[in-house]
Ligand binder design. Structure first.
Ligand SMILES: Nc1nc2c(ncn2[C@@H]2O[C@H](COP(=O)(O)OP(=O)(O)OP(=O)(O)O)[C@@H](O)[C@H]2O)c(=O)[nH]1
Ligand SMILES: [Mg+2]
Length: 322
């Protein structure tokens, strides 16, 4: 990682994929000397960010998120878009700085010159989102990608995190989800800007229809008196509904661009990012203090034994950190 941030920024702006991949590795690095270079890189590229349509895709394991991204992404490439995919891939691992991801499920898309797929190792996640997905997304935008798709494993926590960094949030449901709609976290349904009942093909088509109807009812109850998010049927295998899905997403983004919602949303996301960064930095500062680990484990024991009030322990630890 000997790249100088200025040169790396220029290469990323030119659309050099190797540079983009190195830039993402740099922002993902936990090494202190990389943090400074990563910040310099992001600051240099900030003016070139913000132009992409940012879409988060969530859903239970196996619902077909990667397959739908492949189907949708390929069509978008056909239409002249440049598509970046950021996916948390639990099966991938980092070795010697290179990421050995299982890209097989997006094989067609990964071969397209207009697409860039970046699996992030699942081990380094915050409830299913890579720690630096936001930064990776900004680098992709600077490299000229105008659609960024973020795949997240549905863990509850990850949906909230991804929702905080995208313009549109898509929830995928399986054809059988109708029977368990009660079980799907209400919070996730509320966050969704569009819901897709996926695998609406073959033997599953009838179940998918029923699920879509139940889901449409549930969504209207969740959004009384407002425009309820659309509930769509799609199949990545047959291609059914994929164009309609894109049309719905484009319509939603056009509306949000037109009425100022998008600008307001992004501003709010940026200020929340600041708040999170302050919290993260404070925690890091505290944990790096002298003897903090020992003092913390001592306090934990006292608290566990009921001998010390947690709030008092916390105040003392912080006071000792000075
Ligand atoms: N019938 C049918 N099967 C599909 C469709 N899309 C995906 N599948 C199958 O569903 C399985 C899971 O697909 P993935 O795209 O890997 O699902 P995912 O949601 O990305 O899975 P995780 O990333 O592991 O959470 C695969 O065996 C696919 O072949 C579809 O439209 N119809
Ligand atoms: Mg997947």
């Amino acid at each position: 990682m000997s790249d100088d941030p200025t040169r790396l920024a220029e290469a990323i702006r030119r659309g050099d994929r190797g540079a983009l991949a190195r830039g993402i590795t740099l922002v993902e690095s936990r090494r202190a000397e990389h943090t400074t270079a990563a910040e310099a890189l992001l600051e240099l590229l900030l003016p070139d960010t913000g132009r992409a349509m940012r879409i988060g895709i969530t859903g239970a394991p196996g619902v077909g998120k990667s397959t739908l991204i492949e189907a949708l992404g390929s069509r978008l490439c056909d239409r002249g878009h440049k598509v970046a995919v950021l996916a948390v891939d639990p099966s991938s691992s980092v070795s010697g700085g290179s990421i050995l991801g299982d890209k097989t499920r997006m094989e067609l898309l990964s071969r397209r010159p207009e697409a860039f797929i970046r699996p992030s190792p699942g081990g380094d996640t915050l409830g299913g989102v890579a720690r630096r997905t936001r930064e990776a997304m900004l680098l992709c935008e600077a490299a000229g990608f105008d659609v960024v798709l973020i795949e997240t494993i549905g863990t509850g926590q990850s949906e909230v995190a991804v929702h905080g960094m995208v313009d549109l949030f898509l929830l995928l449901l399986s054809p059988a989800a109708g029977d368990e709609l009660q079980g799907i976290k209400r919070g996730v349904m509320e966050l969704a800007d569009a819901i897709v009942v996926h695998k609406a093909d073959g033997d599953l088509a009838a179940a998918a229809d029923r699920t879509a109807q139940q889901c449409a009812l549930a969504v209207r109850i969740l959004h009384p008196g407002e425009d309820a998010p659309p509930v769509l049927l799609a199949s990545s295998t047959t291609g059914r509904g994929v164009d309609e899905l894109w049309a719905a997403l484009e319509a939603a983004i056009t509306r949000r661009r037109g009425d100022g919602t998008l600008t307001a949303m992004r501003a709010q996301q940026a200020t929340r990012w600041l708040d999170e960064s302050v919290r993260e930095a404070l925690l890091g500062w505290f944990l790096n203090g002298p003897d903090v680990a020992a003092k913390l484990s001592e306090a934990r024991q006292l608290v566990a034994d009921g001998k010390l009030l947690p709030t008092v322990a916390a105040r003392r630890l912080l006071a000792a950190r000075g």
